[in-house]
Write a protein that binds this ligand. Structure first.
Ligand SMILES: [Zn+2]
Length: 265
C-alpha cells in the first residue's frame, strides 16, 4: 500500500509536533463556520472505524497528536490478511488508549444467519479478540443489519453494546444499548465542514451522542472513505472544541460496565 507523498509529509509533520505544545501540523486548516461563542455542554462525540482496514493505521499519529481515542470495530477473521490491520498494529492502537470492538468473524450480515452460525460469528469473534488481550465490550453490526436473534446473540456473547444504523444522534444512555444509532456514514465527499456541522447541530438540537462511522482512510479509494487530511482537520477541530466543553469518548467509555467473560459458541 503506497501513501501519496503529500500525506507522508503530513504524517511526518504530525509526528514531529504532535507531542509538544506547538499547534499540530502547520497545514492550512479552514476555520469551521460555527458561531464565535459556540459551546458544547450536552454533546459527546465518538469516532468509530469499521472493519479493521489497514489504511486505518494512518490515523494513529493523528489520534496520538490530538490525544483523542477512537473505537476500532475489527473483523477478527480478517486480521493480518492483505489490506487489513495486523495484530501488531491493533496492539499499538490499543496501547495508545483506543478501543478494540467486535464486528463478527467474517463480516456477515447477521440478519441472514441463525443458530450455531450466528452464535459463532459473534461469540467466536469476541473470544478471538479477548484471547489477544483486548477488553472487548463493544460490537457493531456489519452493514448495520440485525434482527431479534442477532441482537440476542450479541447480548449472550457478553457484549455491553452494539452499534446499528445511521439515524443518530443517540441519547446517553441509549434507549437500546444493542441498537445504538450512529450519524450517517462518512462517505468520500463528506467535507470537514459537514462533519463539524453534524456536531454543532446535535448541540443546537438539545445535545446527545454523535457517533461518527469511518471505514477506509484514503483519498477516494472507496465510497466509504475519508481523506487523511480531512480526518486530521476534524480531529484537530474536535480537540480544540474540548475547551468549549465538547467531550470525545470511545463507545466503551460512554456505555461503561464490566468486561464480561467470553462465551463459547
Ligand atoms: Zn463493516
Amino acid at each position: 500500500m503506497k501513501l501519496p507523498h503529500k500525506l507522508i509529509t503530513l504524517l511526518i509533520t504530525i509526528l514531529l509536533v504532535g507531542c509538544g505544545s506547538v499547534p499540530i501540523a502547520n497545514t492550512k486548516v479552514p476555520v469551521a463556520n460555527t458561531k464565535e461563542s459556540s459551546t458544547f455542554q450536552k454533546t459527546v462525540v465518538s469516532l468509530t472505524f469499521d472493519d479493521g482496514n489497514a489504511d486505518n493505521y494512518y490515523v494513529r499519529p493523528i489520534l496520538k497528536g490530538t490525544k483523542l481515542h477512537a473505537t476500532f470495530y475489527v473483523v477478527s477473521g480478517f486480521t493480518g490478511k492483505p489490506n487489513y490491520l495486523n495484530r501488531r498494529q491493533l496492539r499499538a492502537l490499543y496501547a495508545d488508549g483506543n478501543e478494540i470492538g467486535g464486528h463478527t468473524l467474517s463480516h456477515i450480515n447477521l440478519a441472514t444467519v441463525s443458530g450455531a452460525e450466528l452464535k459463532r460469528e459473534v461469540c467466536k469473534d469476541r473470544l478471538n479478540l479477548l484471547a489477544r488481550k483486548f477488553k472487548v465490550t463493544s460490537f457493531a453490526y456489519p452493514y448495520g443489519h440485525y434482527d431479534d436473534a442477532a441482537r440476542q446473540a450479541v447480548i449472550d456473547c457478553g457484549y455491553n453494546s452494539a452499534r446499528a444504523v445511521s439515524s443518530g444522534p443517540e441519547s446517553i444512555p441509549p434507549a437500546d444499548a444493542y441498537a445504538i444509532q450512529a450519524m450517517p456514514y462518512i462517505v468520500k465527499d463528506t467535507s470537514f465542514l459537514k462533519m463539524t456541522r453534524y456536531v454543532s447541530q446535535v448541540e443546537e438540537n438539545g445535545g446527545g451522542w454523535a457517533i461518527f462511522v469511518f471505514h477506509h482512510v484514503c483519498d477516494g479509494c472507496d465510497q466509504y472513505s475519508v481523506p487523511l487530511e480531512t480526518f486530521l482537520q476534524f480531529a484537530q477541530w474536535l480537540s480544540e472544541q474540548q475547551k468549549n466543553g465538547l467531550v470525545i469518548k470511545t463507545v466503551g467509555e460512554v456505555i461503561g460496565g464490566e468486561v464480561k467473560p467470553g462465551v463459547k459458541p
